[in-house]
Design a protein around this ligand. Sequence first.
Ligand code: GDP
Length: 528
Amino acid sequence: MTFLEEVKRRRTFAIISHPDAGKTTLTEKLLLYGGAIHLAGSVKSRKTQKYAVSDWMEIEKQRGISVTSSVLQFDYDGCRVNILDTPGHQDFSEDTYRTLMAADSAVMLIDVAKGVEAQTKKLFAVCKERGIPIFTFVNKIDHFGRNPFDLMEEIENSLGIRAVPMNWPVGINGEYQGIYDRETHTVDLFAKDETHGQQKLASTKESVDDPAFRELLGDEVHQSLIDDIELLDVAGDEFDFDRVRAGELTPMFFGSAMTNFGVKPFLEKFLDLAPSPAPRQALEKTVDASSEDFSAFVFKIQANMNPNHHDRIVFMRICSGKFEKGMSVLHRQSGKTIRLAQPQQFLATERTIIDEAYPGDIIGVFDAGTMGVGDTLCAANHKVTFGDFPVFPPEFFARVSPKDTMKRKQFQKGMTQLAQEGAVQIFEQPHSLDSFIVGAVGMLQFEVLQYRLRNEYGVEPITDSLPYSVARWVKGNVDIKQLKGLDNAMAVKDNRGRTVILISNEWQMGWVIERNPDVTFLETPPLN
Ligand code: GDP
């Protein structure tokens, strides 16, 4: 296969959903159809739903599993499919946002009975902002749920995107018997599932006009299907990939991951429609996936997966060029040349050393601490730099210091590495060497930080909450001493030495902004 053919057959996507919509189940079923596992259920559920640190520790115990499933890869119909795994817990949504940076498309999973939920909305917004095409899978249609037309309307009203059904459930709500394919005008009737979804579901395809089929469904159900289709044809949107790409339209599918109902039709159509690796904007130029010069960016880091070895794995998404084992690349941020030895690929059940990989693929390499999230790697003669990752404004702050000052070194190392991983954001207060100011998006992040400092770095931390909830980056070179109205605020530096003001609430911040009309305050760090 040529390099271009390899690029064209890649499909790299993430599934976004509210917890419990069925993401784990659907992922398993896609693997089942992809032949990556023979009996669904062998991929252990690794999600956590309750808001407690014990859940995180549970993940920690099972890290082998959560790590091996950073990306799930299989071949189907000539496509090389990469499913990016995202954590289920809300408090790790920052992780999910970063993972979305590595996706070329997203599948938005919706529970037929619950419709668009809070977490779905947030993740949808990130995809839309990044221009990632979104496909919709309405799950759990084996249950009674909302009417499909109502769901289309809800998607439009709450997400501002029109839905174009690619297929349509056939039968009575709660007892659907099959899926109508709008392109081929055929119905996939599903055989009763005797295995509770453990094996692929048999189905028979019929033309919707077949009299035998009409008899099978009964006149009433058949007529209501014909009416629905007519309404969609007349009043619905036409499929238009440019509109999908522009975030105006989402192709919509129906099914039930648990019973396998509609999973195969979805997979096949999705792979047909989903984009292959898209061009990426670098600071210097647009990088085309078909370019043979290597480039990649780091979107995730996991340190200490094996606490005895203090290993650190950096996950990168390849944007252009072919990756070959042992190749040397330039790390843009440090200017160092790095040899990508022992590249790992993380498949459903095992990690394997890989020899080559292509744009769209994800590889993990060991790194001693040079690389951080968002960093670029590229061929030495093809210098590009992908922009900084978006940083989410922290809302919780604490001062963290080591209980035992003799352990200052381990403490600093731990804090720096965990910040590089993106577990928390760290700030430094001038003249205070023994402590860091830590910012988090959710409280659970502090607990995880404490747990990891203790267990992975052997440092007992002291954490004092700070009464701030708002952070603002100061644009440009401004002398802090000249700023007015900071009596109840704290000025700190972020990891790049940029000044950040921490203050108790928006109202107080408004007051500071008013008193310093010549200064610009930003909600997120200025991108480079
Ligand atoms: P996640 O939190 O999004 O990963 O959700 P899971 O895949 O763990 O599913 C949450 C619950 O919904 C589990 O109890 C699943 O068995 C159930 N579930 C998933 N898919 C379906 C489906 O198609 N139909 C029904 N009835 N239940 C489902």
